[in-house]
Design a protein around this ligand. Structure first.
Ligand SMILES: N[C@H](CCC[C@H](N)C(=O)O)C(=O)O
Length: 275
């Protein structure tokens, strides 16, 4: 199987083409190939597939083999892949995902993709659309206790579920202790991606993420979008802000309708693997 290893702010993926839409055991292939000691090593496996409603379809599996319906860093890599492979001779196009069609705009300089802007669609707040077990039409500052610590979280979907927690300081916060407990909490029937966020004096946001089906990653595109939206709902940030992640910075904007995310995408290496 030919593959291309790519990354967006250190959130890394194995891309491979499945243009015949072969029904393979992709969850187990993802687990095997994403393993950092026994496989290629990545946060996820992305399939490049044909689409009847957009140029191509992005299907993404987390490193634990679970199907993820959307991936922000992954779709920027996907867009760069299509352009670099000359599958598309344009810099604006749509990609089908399991969370709907997303529109991409590639910034090209000297025939090189320098950044990708993605229209990530609207956030969803309705508890059943996230899903989260809660009342009301929005889940803002809901209390949650895990072992010895209470948190308040704001929940929303960017096509995948997010629980955003605001803290004064995140650099030394034990994400690896509390992240998995919140990820698998009974409030979240489909589990959840967990963002730990601090608001900076310059109006930017700093975020660490425990990703559903992966663990702590260097960056999370949908998580950065969820973070900006939750901060807007709480009135602690403007409608456009930089979100600083371990792996770098994303520019996120939300003016009440669709969320726009802009950031880099890089190819690391290509190869062949026997599965
Ligand atoms: N772990 C996520 C999918 C990957 C999202 C993240 N890598 C991003 O850049 O949005 C989930 O299960 O919903």
């Amino acid at each position: 199987m030919e593959f291309t290893k790519m990354q967006g702010l250190g959130n890394d993926f194995i891309l491979t083409e499945n243009l015949m839409k072969l029904k393979r055991d992709w969850p187990n292939i993802a687990k095997k190939l994403c393993h950092r000691n026994l496989g290629i090593g990545a946060d996820g496996l992305i399939l490049v597939e044909p689409s009847n409603i957009a140029e191509y379809k992005m299907t993404i599996y987390n490193s634990d083999g679970s199907l993820a319906k959307m991936c922000g860093n992954g779709i920027r890599c996907f867009g760069k892949y299509l352009y670099d492979k000359r599958y598309l001779q344009k810099s604006e196009f749509s990609v089908e995902t399991d969370s709907g069609i997303k529109h991409l705009v590639l910034k090209i300089q000297f025939n090189k993709v320098v950044s990708v802007q993605v229209d990530m669609g609207p956030p969803f707040f309705e508890p059943k659309s996230i899903p989260v077990l809660a009342q009301g039409d929005k889940v803002v500052d809901k209390y949650l206790k895990v072992i010895d610590k209470g948190f308040t979280f704001t929940a929303l979907s960017m096509g995948n579920p997010h629980a955003v927690i605001f803290l004064d300081e995140i650099d030394n916060f034990p994400v690896e202790k509390y992240g998995p407990l919140i990820e698998k909490h009974s409030f979240f029937p489909d589990k959840v991606n967990v963002e730990f966020v601090s608001v900076k004096k310059d109006g930017s946001l700093k975020m660490r993420v425990w990703e559903r089906g992966v663990g702590e990653t260097q960056a999370c595109g949908t998580g950065a979008c969820a973070t900006l939206v939750a901060a807007r709902v709480k009135g602690v940030v403007n409608n456009t802000a930089k979100v600083h992640l371990k792996g770098g910075t994303l520019k996120i904007s939300w003016k009440g309708e669709n969320v726009l995310m802009t950031g880099p995408a890089e190819t690391v290496f290509t190869g062949n693997v026997t599965i």
